[in-house]
Design a protein around this ligand. Sequence first.
Ligand code: ASP
Length: 343
Amino acid sequence: MAIQRNILLIYTGGTIGMVKDYETNALRAFDFRQILENIPELKHLDCHIDSYSFESPIDSSNMNTFYFVQIAEVIEKRYNEYDGFVVLTGSDTMSYTSSMISFMLENLSKPVIFTGSQLPIGYLRTDAKENLITSIEIASAYEDDEPIVSEVCLYFEYKLYRANRTTKLSAEQFEAFASMNYPPLVESGVHLHFNKSLLLKSKESDLIVRKKLVTDIAILKLFPGISKNVVESILSTPDLKGVILETYGAGNALTEEWFINLLSEAIQSGVHIVNITQCVGGSVIMGHYETSTRLKYIGVIDGRDMTTESAVAKLMYLLGVGLEKEEFVYYFQKSLRGEISNQ
Ligand code: ASP
């Protein structure tokens, strides 16, 4: 007989647990206990489910490093008690949060599945039930006493993705997320189809939870006509330690002297600048066009095919580790949790 797996459901907030406030007509978070009342089907799953809820559930727009640590600590404290974890958060910043948790949980050997929904659980046409039920099924899927998935993932609308490869693309479609540079890990149809060759290998070593996160970072998104004043003011932010330079296409940027000089000065003063493309798919290829050659020359770090969400998380995480410049560059360009493709 199959062993019944223990799953911990962590509720942080988001649409999935929201109700309409008819006085204001706005959606607001409600008591997590009502989620279980709303899905009696959960009792029929072949696993044991416990839940943990944020005392005051949040809209994921209010997500921050305090909550990242809270999520990671819940998993850390109960890591040995449970076979899998399902984390419910709002979809708006789910790619950021799940990417962050993927870096914070080093040597993970159990499934941590993020999910949520576009419509509240109480709505007739809700997407919440399928998302939640299948996430729990995946979190409790074991083979030969080993979890099939042992990484941080995001499940939405019939697909399980590596979390740190995802981006929220739609505020309307049930299929809200995409992972343009890495295929889905699991596809849910009549059966759950696990693409096993794409999964990260389970780690033998003990779990380490990295909680020191540095938030002195900025995203500098280029647009035609961007002014020197704007670039200068971002790069002269007090205590700035890292910048995601959101470039065009394959990592290209304006070549005007003032721009290159400002970047170069910032790098020389110790700020890490990372090149991430504004495109949702494809990769930065530094030096492919003349418009990225100078970036490479002045020491901009190659973010290759990482998402902006993942780059934000990786910057906060690696800055917290306290590495020397060369080590920082090495680790940023290396795949730590499957977030970047090998060259
Ligand atoms: N505003 C909500 C949130 O991110 C949207 C959602 O849950 O889908 O918390």
